[in-house]
Write a protein that binds this ligand. Structure first.
Ligand code: HEC
Length: 122
């Protein structure tokens, strides 16, 4: 009986984990933790890591003109595989091993709320 209950509890836990989507609040935390040191808390590319010796400026996510040139898939790729994967600076690290696919999708959405833009379509 005890064993059965453990199994039931584990199953409940597993389905709970699978069902909870990464919410907006959660994603803001992810962004603040992993991205803000370079891209800034508000995404303006002015994080504390960016000193005058920083060779390239991290993308300003509030610049809708620039952000509209990239599709959601472009954003996802560069977040997963890092700057060099799209011929950009290695100062933008790859996150594919650190973040889950769900978190990366959430970050793409978060960046779209920062730029208030839809990005390149198609
Ligand atoms: C160590 C500093 C650093 C961290 C941390 C960082 N980035 Fe970047 N990021 C950069 C730099 C620098 C660039 C600009 C690269 C270039 O233009 O060559 C960039 C560019 C980007 C771009 C735009 C690429 C393009 O094609 O214009 C996206 C999207 C991006 N970062 C997302 C993120 C996300 C999401 C996180 C957190 C998971 C993150 N970055 C964390 C430094 C960083």
């Amino acid at each position: 009986m005890k064993k059965l209950m453990t199994i039931a509890a584990l199953a409940a836990l597993a389905s709970h984990l699978a069902m909870v989507p990464v919410g907006a609040v959660e994603i803001e935390k992810v962004f603040k933790f992993y991205c803000a040191q370079c891209h800034g808390l508000g995404g303006k590319g002015d994080g504390p890591n960016v000193t005058k010796d920083f060779p390239v400026s991290p993308r300003n996510f509030t610049n809708a003109t620039e952000m509209d040139k990239l599709s959601d898939a472009d954003l996802k790729n560069v977040i997963l595989d890092g700057g060099p994967s799209v011929s950009k600076s290695p100062m933008m690290p790859p996150w594919g091993k650190t973040l889950s696919g769900e978190e990366v999708d959430g970050l793409v959405k978060h960046l779209r709320t920062l730029c208030k833009c839809k990005g390149k379509q198609g």
